[in-house]
Write a protein that binds this ligand. Structure first.
Ligand SMILES: [Zn+2]
Length: 362
């Protein structure tokens, strides 16, 4: 079972080991070293170094004004957040005045406390639904995380998965590869503390950080109930959070039919550079349109099947999934990369599920 609200931990701890080992291959096309991209004068995107533990960190965007700094997402590992803060201090002597959490998933906000410790007058912004979800879920994540990581390490050392099933020889090798990353993560998460957002908004919030306008917007639901994006009108830069994850969308959570409208709203903004929640920077809107088309494909096919079946609440996912074929999109997202193809297939299975759930809950 996947706990869809907990993507940071889902791959390592909540999947069957078989799926975990698939996930140990490159995720979201991002592995290896930290990468900093200058998007404009005083605007930088950071893709974080990912441990080989199957837990990819969300991207961070740094926007430097004349008076203060605005940061989008505090990432997954406090050590990465500390690295980012050290980098910001090299760029500017201005303090970080604002930190936005684009949504509640912990691979985008575990670093909140690290920023608050470094900049005590920090304002942490979130859409009001995001704050509610964070307050509900994050304290428990932080409590359970170290125990679950420790249990996984112990199981792997005994040649078993988290449920006590003996590993095959191939799985044992992959588990060995995961162990150092898991041990490092355990060391970090022992000291993790929760820091809630301190300022909420409903639809929009415009902030001037000194000769630089930062527009924060909730354009509708998508990946979560409270997705926020950041738009810099002068620089034509858009920071999308996990509404866009490159190169394979993140569809383990969300509202696909509403997500399409949210992406259409996003497409109205005059943006030349888009920072996705994970993965490399985008330089036009073609990927946005591709993701919208994929979601539309899922919604149309699930709805066609529901027309055949009747009231979805009286039916199950199993009656729907065989009627939805998203493979025509596979090459557009994954090319001929086998790992990405496997990730695409896993993603579309979950996309069909959340599309059906969304229809059934109406
Ligand atoms: Zn994410």
């Amino acid at each position: 079972m996947i706990r869809t609200y907990d993507p940071g931990l889902r791959r390592s701890f909540y999947l069957s080991l078989g799926a975990l080992l698939i996930a140990a291959t490159p995720l979201f096309g991002v592995t290896g070293e930290r990468q900093v991209t200058k998007l404009a004068d005083g605007v930088y995107a950071i893709q974080h170094k990912n441990l080989n533990d199957g837990n990819p960190s969300g991207n961070t965007t740094v926007i430097i004004g004349d008076r203060e700094v605005f940061v989008v997402d505090s990432c997954y590992r406090p050590s990465s957040a500390r690295e980012d803060i050290a980098q910001i201090r090299q760029w500017t002597d201005k303090p970080v005045g604002y930190l936005l959490n684009t949504h509640f998933h912990n691979d985008h906000n575990n670093g909140n406390k690290t920023y608050m410790d470094a900049f005590p007058s920090l304002v942490i912004i979130a859409q009001e639904e995001t704050k509610k979800d964070m307050d509900l879920i994050q304290p428990g994540n932080i409590e359970r995380g170290p125990k679950e990581i420790a249990a996984t390490i112990a199981a792997f050392r005994q040649g078993k998965d988290q449920r006590g099933r003996p590993l095959t020889e191939d799985e044992k090798k992959e588990a060995q590869d995961l162990l150092p990353g898991l041990e490092e993560l355990l060391g970090e998460f022992k000291d993790l503390a929760y820091q809630s957002p301190t300022l909420t908004f409903a639809d929009k919030l415009d902030v001037n950080i000194g000769n630089r306008e930062v527009q924060v917007k909730h354009l509708g639901r998508g990946n979560t109930p409270g997705d926020a994006i950041v738009y810099l009108p002068k620089e034509k830069i858009l920071v999308a959070g996990d509404l866009l994850v490159n190169p394979i969308p993140y569809t383990y959570d969300g509202y696909p039919a509403e997500w399409i409208h949210t992406l259409q709203n996003m497409a109205q903004l005059d943006a030349q550079t888009i920072v996705p929640g994970h993965g490399p920077i985008l330089h036009d809107k073609s990927y946005l349109y591709l993701v919208a088309a994929l979601l539309q494909g899922a919604v149309d096919q699930v709805r066609a099947r529901i027309r055949q079946l009747g009231f979805p609440g009286a039916h199950s996912m199993d009656e729907v999934k065989g009627s939805v074929d998203l493979t025509p999109f596979r090459a557009k997202f994954a090319g001929d990369n086998k790992d990405l193809q496997a990730e695409f297939d896993d993603m579309t299975d979950h996309l069909v599920k959340i599309t059906f759930n969304e229809a059934a809950q109406r």
